[in-house]
Each structure stands twice: as structure tokens, then as C-alpha cells.
Design a protein around this ligand. Structure first.
Ligand code: NAP
Length: 283
């Protein structure tokens, strides 16, 4: 493409840049809509993030995505926060407005949309297990509670983190699991399992949950997207459960960011194909 002084720039900021799949996905969308725009990754030190964001607004950037550790820095530094960012205490999408910066989190939308797309269900009224209460698991648990899940079961390798998340969840009944073998039936009873640990990303990793946690009719979404089929997905499927990986979640959080910045519907299928090609090197 020909880049001119009028070309709009969108960006992802991180240190280091972890989500390298975002630029191809967004650039494919911009090209498909024939927009004179480009999406680029930049490495920025966290203590310079707010200065950089204000400078980007002054320079006419179209919008910005943030990766760890910038999500929390922006949450602390931006005053105009959408409800989506307030809920999870993090910002992954910055919109440049007349008044300044506005912060959003599109991760919650991403997982809800991915669940709906994969299984044809919403989390409202469902029993949900969230396995892993790091940054992603905490957000997922809070989003499920806000969406009206009937109950939420939490497990984390370090139990204190699960206890903290339980304390943040409001009216929804919460059950904490500490021993996966002894309490497998508790997780097996849930209709939906969200796998939010990083276990499964490295070659040789096995499933973070034992086989007894799965049953026919259950749904599992693994937030990991670097593999098309992760060990936990294989285990769940062999017990008759439906299972998907985290590509849909990554796709839909990106599509939502795109729509916040541009105000036009994202070309979701173009973005999905781009993600599949870059993640799994499909021709
Ligand atoms: P994080 O804050 O660093 O949390 C890591 C989580 O993994 C913690 O719950 C940690 O437990 C657990 N864990 C790590 N090693 C473990 C092990 N050997 N056994 C059991 N648990 C272990 O990371 P995060 O940002 O939440 O990311 C977690 C996962 O979500 C990653 O796989 C990431 O790819 C995925 N994710 C996907 C998307 C998407 O769009 N699809 C978006 C965000 C994140 P402890 O607390 O005990 O350390």
C-alpha cells in the first residue's frame, strides 16, 4: 500500500509486544475495507505510556490496543473509562476523542461472543467453572458474574488468587476448588468450563484438569489460541464435551476494538482468516 501523510495509523503498544497476531488481523481488516490506514506494533516503557498516548492523540493516531503490562497502567492513568474497563480494572483499547482518551476493555465481549458463536449459548443462568485466576481468568469470572451466570466455580494453582477473585464477585454464588482430583465432580457438574491458565501453551504440557472433570454435553473454551487443539480440548472431547480454543476470543476482542475506533462493522471473517493463517500457517 502507498503510505502518505493522510494515512491513519492504529497501533498496539506493549513491552514486549506479545500479541503479534493483532497487526496482521487488523491490517487485513483495513485492507478489506479499502481504508487508507495501517496498524503497527510499538514497544513502549510502562512509565512513558501515558505520555506516549497523549502524543499519539495529538499526532492523529486512529486508536490503540494495549498488552500486558500496559493494561493496568492505562486504567490508572485514563479518567474516562467505559463500563467494560471499570468492571475488570484494565484497558486494552484506547479511543482518541475530542475531549481526550477513553479506555475500554474488549476482552469480556470477546469471550462472550466466542462462547455464543461456538456453542450457541450465553452464560446467563449457566453454571460456569473458571480454571485459572490470573489476569485473564479474573476478567472472565467478573464478566460471567456481570452477565448473570447462575454459579461460578473457581480454581487456581495458588489458592489465594482464586480467593481474591471470589471476594470481588458480587451476588453470584461462588465455590472454590482447591483439590482437582477430590473435587472433580464439582467441575464436571458445570455446564461451561473456561480454561484460563497458561498450561497447554508449551510443547509437552498436559491438561491442567484431570479427565474426571469432563462429561458429555459440557462446553469447554480454552483461552489458549497458539494451538488449534490443546491437551485439555482433547481430553474434554474424548469425554463427549464440545471444546474450542481461544482464537474466537482473540478475534472478537479485536473486532470490537476495530469498531470502537472506526465506527464501522468489522469484517470478522477476513480477520478470522488472517488470524488462522498467522497462528497456524494455513495457506
Ligand atoms: P497470568 O496473569 O500470568 O496468569 C497465568 C495463570 O496460569 C495463573 O492462573 C497461573 O496460576 C496459571 N498457571 C501458570 N502455570 C501453571 C501451572 N504449571 N499449573 C497451573 N496453573 C498455572 O496470565 P493471563 O494473562 O491470565 O493469561 C492466561 C492465559 O490466557 C494464557 O494462556 C493466554 O494465552 C490466555 N489469554 C488468551 C486471550 C485470548 O484472546 N484468547 C487473551 C488473554 C489471555 P498461579 O496464579 O498459581 O501462578
Amino acid at each position: 500500500m502507498k503510505i502518505t501523510g493522510k494515512t491513519k495509523t492504529y497501533a498496539v503498544l506493549g513491552q514486549p509486544i506479545q500479541h503479534t497476531h493483532s497487526p496482521p488481523m487488523h491490517n487485513a481488516a483495513l485492507r478489506a475495507l479499502e481504508m487508507d490506514a495501517v496498524y503497527l506494533p510499538y514497544e513502549v516503557a510502562p512509565d512513558q505510556l501515558m505520555e506516549v498516548l497523549h502524543a499519539m492523540r495529538a499526532m492523529g493516531f486512529g486508536g490503540v490496543n494495549l498488552t500486558i503490562p500496559h493494561k493496568e497502567v492505562a486504567f490508572a492513568g485514563i479518567t474516562d473509562l467505559d463500563e467494560s474497563a471499570q468492571l475488570v480494572g484494565a484497558v486494552n483499547t484506547v479511543q482518541f476523542t475530542e475531549a481526550g482518551l477513553k479506555g475500554f476493555s474488549t476482552d469480556g465481549y470477546g469471550i462472550l461472543q466466542a462462547i455464543e458463536e461456538a456453542f450457541g449459548i450465553s452464560v446467563k443462568g449457566r453454571s460456569v467453572s473458571v480454571v485459572g485466576c490470573g489476569g485473564a481468568g479474573r476478567s472472565m469470572a467478573l464478566v460471567c458474574a456481570r452477565e448473570g451466570a447462575a454459579s461460578i466455580t473457581l480454581w487456581n494453582r495458588t489458592p489465594a488468587r482464586a480467593e481474591q477473585v471470589a471476594a470481588e464477585i458480587g451476588d453470584v454464588p461462588v465455590q472454590l476448588v482447591t483439590d482437582l482430583e477430590a473435587d472433580a465432580a464439582v467441575i464436571r457438574a458445570s455446564e461451561l468450563i473456561i480454561q484460563a491458565t497458561s498450561v497447554g501453551m508449551k510443547p509437552g504440557d498436559s491438561s491442567p484438569l484431570p479427565a474426571d472433570c469432563f462429561r458429555e454435553g459440557q462446553k469447554l473454551i480454552d483461552t489458549i489460541y497458539v494451538l488449534e487443539e490443546t491437551p485439555i480440548m482433547q481430553l474434554a472431547r474424548s469425554a463427549g464435551a464440545e471444546a474450542v480454543n481461544g482464537l474466537g476470543m482473540l478475534l472478537h476482542q479485536g473486532a470490537k476494538s476495530f469498531e470502537i475506533w472506526t465506527g464501522v462493522p468489522a469484517p470478522v471473517e477476513v480477520m478470522r482468516e488472517s488470524l488462522r493463517q498467522t497462528a497456524y500457517r494455513k495457506a
